[in-house]
Design a protein around this ligand. Structure first.
Ligand code: URA
Length: 271
């Protein structure tokens, strides 16, 4: 795992602990010793080894983050990512998919929503969140004062898991570089992580019920975990908490918070 990912995870965890009012961290004696020890001298930078030339096959389609993504035209980068997603054979999910679902929306979004992975409707249309959960997400977005076109909507995995099962860890690991690359080029001000899988994929933190409503960080970007719309369809009373989370997002963005009750379009789904 990269140091960047470990740092993000540790920072998110410690912030969460502090937000919960804790001041002491439970760390092992080895960590205490490592923190007390002086840092080792920096190694001299060696010349980078020559990059081996690989013969590309369909299995080597690489979703590796392009460090040069910054400054590039997001529309082109997003199209390039979508092209690589369409060719991807990195996990078994490619076997049963009809369409890949790279995600869609504003290439310069203030706000990005990240879900778990496509369902049957998304797999048919190649678009994220177009089924029943997507319709509720649309109402949530509208209640916040945005349109779907103003935000970007994506997923942790870009192919439908069979029978809508939760994506497996190796499937998430294989697909997450695409999402990281999308976030790097989109540079949203806030990411809303929809449900446990999105939070786990982006921050490695577990337990949406305790995490929701608490600010986290992904690569320096504010991240708000909240319930997945599909969960809200099954548990309508939880819409109240989800709406609190979305209001916190609006405050963070400096946008008007709709008066009490007008969030109902996000809360009154048929589910
Ligand atoms: N659920 C998700 O997590 N993503 C979608 O795109 C649709 C349903």
């Amino acid at each position: 795992m990269t140091i960047r990912r470990v740092l993000d995870g540790v920072e998110a965890y410690l912030r969460h602990e502090m937000d919960d009012g804790r001041v002491l961290a439970d760390v092992s004696p080895a960590v205490v010793r490592a923190l007390a020890a002086p840092l080792p001298p920096r190694r001299e930078k060696r010349k980078p080894a020559p990059v081996p030339v690989l013969t590309p096959t369909v299995d080597t389609v690489s979703p590796t983050v392009d460090p040069a993504v910054a400054g590039k035209d997001p529309v082109k980068v997003l199209a390039d990512i979508a092209g690589r997603v369409a060719e991807c054979r990195r996990c078994v999910l490619c076997k049963q998919r009809n369409r890949t679902v790279p995600g869609q929306g504003n290439p310069h979004p203030e706000l990005m929503f990240v879900g778990e992975g496509p369902g049957a409707d998304e797999d048919r249309q190649g678009l994220a969140f177009v089924g029943r959960a997507g319709q509720l997400l649309t109402r949530m977005i509208t209640a916040m004062g945005f349109t779907r076109d103003e935000v970007f909507i994506g997923n942790v995995v870009k192919c439908r898991p069979p029978d809508n099962r939760t994506p497996l860890p190796d499937e998430m690991e294989a697909c997450l570089p695409f999402l990281r690359e999308q976030i790097a080029v989109l540079k949203p001000r806030v990411i809303v992580a929809l449900g446990a899988t999105a939070v786990l994929g982006l921050t490695q933190a577990k337990g949406i019920c305790k995490l929701r409503g608490n600010w986290m960080l992904f690569d320096g970007i504010d991240l708000m975990p909240t319930f997945h719309p599909a969960y809200l369809l099954r548990n309508p009373p939880a819409k109240r908490e989800a709406w609190e989370d979305l209001k916190a997002v609006l405050v963070r963005l400096g946008r008007p918070v709709p008066p009490v009750g007008s969030g109902k379009s996000g809360q009154s789904s048929s589910g």
